[in-house]
Design a protein around this ligand. Sequence first.
Ligand code: ZN
Ligand code: CA
Length: 440
Amino acid sequence: MKIRLTVFALLLATTSFSQSIHRCATVNAIQLRDAETPGYASAVNRTFEKAKEIATRKETNAGVVYQVPVVVHIVYNSPEENIPNGLVYAQIARLNRDYRKMNADTTDTRTEFKPVAADAEIEFYLAGTDPDGNPTGGITRTQTSRADFAPDFFGNGLDDVKQSSLEGVDSWDTDNYLNIWVCDLVGGNPLFQLFGFAYPPATAPNWPAGSAATSPELEGVVIHYEVFGDGNPLATGALSVSDKGRTAVHEIGHYLGLRHIWGDANVFLGEDGCTVDDGIDDTPNAADNAAQVCNFNKNTCTDTPTDVPDMIENYMDYAQDQCMNLFTQGQVDIMRSMLETARTELVDGSVAPSSIDERVSADQIAVFPNPAKDVVQIQLPTEIEVENILLLDINGRTIRFFPINRFIQSTVVNLDVPAGSYLLQLQNAEGLVNKRVVVY
Ligand code: ZN
Ligand code: CA
């Protein structure tokens, strides 16, 4: 308890905890776990330094796209918290746009930052097999008797949602799946509005045994249900600044080893916000976070040789979703070297992607003609109940929406879109399948 109180005093002294909306508790989660397992925080730091060394020593495997299998655990009490599959799909699409620099708002990146904005070449997909090898859509749904999973005044309970013994849901093997828990993290406490948190990697395989203190079953990301997904209709009022699914983009950045862009200096302990940084060279120093606003005049530190504003459009700051649009090359190098050292099994391709039917793989679904002029036929190898067919553009935006809601083996859709490359997406309760289609 003494340790808890000491940690809590530190938490209270940080600026982020004094705000009513506390977007992300990753730093606090690290401090809390360090109190429980001394050495955890330094293990996180050592992993970061190792990743940085690797990132600077060699060129990253540019051109190799890493694909991360995801399981989303929806842990709900009220029906409202049991968010629909569509929001999960929208969240995965948002991750893929932002981590591939295919987001439409890259055009909003300010001129001075365009040269450092980078494609992370990391993609995410819903898992098609569970740890026992059974088919899955990559989404689990569990009703809990817990009204919420908000941590208490001392920060206790942050990890409860990850444990079935505490009315949460146990992780799937965290070496092979990115586990994302979606639940009520806010509860009724207006002073502690938590949108999400994640644990960064705390070990790399080339370290001496015992150098890291981790709880592998707790690895992963937790997101508050009202800000999960792109365009969540529950993201209203104070939460409307987080309506584009970028809380998950931010938290997965932590999961892949990134720190907050401003460096989390504790000014109440005398740290200088302009010297404590995120360990990445191409993100400008900032004294504090963007505080849930889009202030393009914010410039808290003088950079040399050329001063630039604070990079509020970085996903690892705290601006509003609508003005975030980039990772830098330095951040990309860290995330990729983390995948190459600390999270290697995650991207070894051992987990198949989800499909819309356990009997059918994506490549058994035919779309023809392709390239097409306007009308395409979709042919399935057997009758399958399909809910919707969507046509997405290269930015992931839904251009056409065809409700189906019946068993089909074949159907014809009229695309009626300008020439270009698109994705046809078949959705049902089991999952989704994407098929690329070119229109001429
Ligand atoms: Zn954060
Ligand atoms: Ca500056």
